[in-house]
Design a protein around this ligand. Structure first.
Ligand code: AMP
Ligand code: MG
Length: 320
C-alpha cells in the first residue's frame, strides 16, 4: 500500500469523466435498482437491451420488489425450502463465499439490522439492546445444490443484496454489450462503473468522487480498460441525528457503521460482482485488514481515509 496524498475525510462516490468517445455515443439514464444508471454506447439497441436486463434483474433480486425471489426468501417462514432460479442461487452462493473470504465483513443477512436503522425512511438510532436482538437474526442461509433451494435457519432472518446486486447487473450489462458487438462503452450503475474496451485510442478515465466535496468533484482518476471500478462510501446514503452522520454500510460485528477512518473504498477488478462485494467488505474492514484480502482476490483498491489516500501497488491512478 502506498501513501500518496493529503489527509482529509468524509464520504464519497464516483464521477465519470465524460468528454470521451471519438464519435458521440448514445446515452441513456434511468432510475432503477434504487439508483441512477447511465449507459453510453454507440448502439441504441444494445443500450435498450441492457436496460431490459437490468429491469429483469431488479424484479428478480430487489428487496423492494414484492414477489422478487429475494422477497420470496424473506417472506418464507424459517425452515421452509424456497426454490429459486439458477441465477439467484448462484449469486447467493457467491455472496456466501464472499462472506467467508472477507472474514464475515460482507454479509447479506444484515437486513434485520439495516431495517432497524431505517435509512430509507429517514433514519433511527437504535439502542444497544435493539441492535443485539437484530444481530441475533443474522447468520447464514442454508443452500442446497441438489434441490437448488434456500432455507432460513432462524426466525425473522432476511437478506438484502444491496451490496452485490448492482455489481452482478454490471457484469450482465457487459455481457449483453459484447453479445451486441459493442466494443467500447461506459456504464455507471450507481457508482459501479463498467468500462468496456477503450475510449478511442485511450483507456477510460474514471473520476473518483471526493468524499468531502460536492458531487462531481473528483480527488483523482483511474485509467481502466475492460475493468469494473466500484466505490463504496458513507456519503451515498445517510441521515443526521444530533450532529452525527449515520450511513448505509454496516459492520456485521457491531450492527453499526464501521469506525476505521475510511470514507470511501474503490475496488478495480475484472468482475463487477466481485468488486461490489469487496468494496463493501473493505469499507467495513478498513485499510490494513483489507490488504491481504484484496491481494487474494487479485483486485486493486483505493482508500480515502482520515489520514490520507492509499492504494495498492500497480493501480493506474492519478491523484489531483
Ligand atoms: P455498497 O454501496 O455496495 O457498499 O452496499 C451498501 C448496501 O449493502 C447497503 O445499502 C445495504 O443494503 C447493504 N449492506 C450494508 N452493509 C453491508 C455489509 N456489511 N455486507 C453486505 N451488504 C451490506
Ligand atoms: Mg458493494
Amino acid at each position: 500500500m502506498k501513501k500518496v496524498l493529503y489527509g482529509a475525510a468524509v464520504a464519497l462516490g464516483l464521477v465519470v469523466l465524460l468528454s470521451l468517445f471519438g464519435e458521440r455515443p448514445y446515452s441513456r439514464t434511468e432510475f432503477m435498482f434504487d439508483t441512477v444508471i447511465t449507459i453510453k454506447a454507440p448502439d441504441k439497441g444494445a443500450v435498450s437491451a441492457c436496460f431490459d436486463e437490468i429491469a429483469r434483474l431488479e424484479n428478480l433480486l430487489s428487496v423492494y420488489v414484492s414477489g422478487s425471489e429475494v422477497s420470496k426468501i424473506n417472506d418464507a417462514p424459517c425452515g421452509e425450502e424456497v426454490k429459486v432460479s439458477e441465477e439467484t442461487y448462484n449469486l447467493l452462493k457467491k455472496a456466501k463465499e464472499y462472506k467467508k473470504l472477507t472474514s464475515g465483513a460482507f454479509d447479506i443477512t444484515l437486513k434485520p439490522v439495516t431495517d432497524l436503522w431505517n435509512i430509507q425512511g429517514g433514519g433511527y438510532v437504535p439502542t444497544e439492546s435493539e441492535l443485539e436482538t437484530a444481530l441475533l437474526k443474522t447468520g447464514d442461509l442454508i443452500l442446497s445444490d441438489e434441490t437448488r433451494t434456500v432455507k432460513k435457519p432462524k426466525p425473522h432472518m432476511a437478506i438484502d443484496l444491496g451490496g452485490i446486486a448492482k455489481g452482478y447487473a454490471g457484469d450482465r450489462v457487459r455481457e449483453i454489450l459484447k453479445e451486441h458487438g459493442v466494443k467500447d462503452a461506459l456504464c455507471d450503475l450507481g457508482g459501479n462503473i463498467v468500462a468496456v474496451g477503450r475510449n478511442g485510442r485511450n483507456k477510460w478515465k474514471i473520476g473518483l468522487q471526493h468524499p468531502q466535496k460536492i458531487r462531481g468533484t473528483a480527488f483523482g482518476e483511474i485509467e481502466a480498460e475492460d475493468k469494473s471500478v466500484v466505490t463504496s462510501g458513507g456519503y451515498e446514503r445517510y441521515f443526521e441525528k444530533d450532529g452525527k452522520t449515520y450511513h448505509h454500510i454496516t459492520d456485521p460485528k457491531t450492527g453499526k457503521n464501521p469506525e476505521n477512518g475510511v470514507f470511501s473504498v474503490t475496488v478495480i477488478s475484472d468482475s463487477c460482482t466481485e468488486a461490489d462485494a469487496l468494496s463493501t467488505a473493505c469499507f467495513v474492514l478498513g485499510k490494513d485488514a483489507s490488504l491481504e484480502i484484496a491481494q487474494n482476490f487479485g483486485a486493486e483498491v483505493v482508500f480515502f481515509t482520515d489520514i490520507g489516500i492509499f492504494y495498492t501497488e500497480g493501480t493506474e491512478i492519478e491523484i489531483y
